[in-house]
Design a binder for this molecule. Structure first.
Ligand code: SF4
Length: 199
């Protein structure tokens, strides 16, 4: 793979593989969504809200995560609100910001729908995916750097994370907030990868 044609062919093969995996999983999720009278985008939004931290549950963050427009995501959020899957809550510090919080029904549906059943069945068959996941983590980091889109990582790999010190809880220097376990576990719109240490 030393020539431009080799790079092109290899990247096309990789794209085709990733696209096929995404199609297989999305097809299954689309069926799940349709059984609950939702679109795939609406079901995916519920999953994002289950995974994100409290600073990142806004329509704008949802739109950025899925690479869609704010208007399209606002429509998705409105339908989910009408269906009783989420509720909108105003931000305590900034009146222009609205948070989308899962209701009990929305949370239950998100938990039961992800991961897709086919992936769960693979795990039951004891397929070892640990090496694949490590490779994919590195691959995703590198691809994200090329696209320059937001990283949506978690606190422990973020340059704004200030770990617990002298008995004080961890802090976020962007939001000027104390971080509880749930905040740290959720993916975050403002995450910025910490630079790798020089050797
Ligand atoms: S430390 Fe980083 S990832 Fe954590 S809440 Fe702050 S900006 Fe988000």
């Amino acid at each position: 793979m030393s020539s431009p044609a080799g790079y092109f062919a290899e990247s096309l093969r990789l794209y085709n593989q990733l696209d096929r995996i995404a199609t297989l999983l999305r097809s299954e999720l689309r069926d799940t969504a349709s059984r609950h009278k939702l679109t795939l985008a609406q079901l995916q939004a519920l999953h994002y809200l289950l995974e994100c931290n409290r600073f990142s549950d806004t329509p704008l963050a949802l739109a950025e995560f899925y690479g869609t427009t704010k208007g399209t995501m606002s429509a998705t959020v409105s339908v989910l609100e009408e269906k009783g899957m989420i509720e909108k809550v105003g931000d305590e510090r900034d009146g222009r910001v609205v948070h989308c919080r899962l209701t009990e029904a929305g949370r239950a549906l998100a938990i039961q729908s992800f991961p897709p059943i086919s992936l769960q069945r693979l795990m039951i068959q004891r397929v070892d995916t640990s090496a694949l996941r490590r490779e994919l983590d590195q691959f995703t980091d590198r691809l994200q750097q090329k696209t320059r889109l937001r990283s949506f990582g978690t606190c422990t790999s973020c340059r704004f994370f200030q770990p617990s010190e002298s008995g004080q809880p961890p802090q976020c220097s962007v939001f000027d907030a104390t971080l509880n376990d749930e905040d740290q576990a959720g993916i975050c719109r403002e995450h910025s990868p910490r630079p790798a240490k020089k050797r």
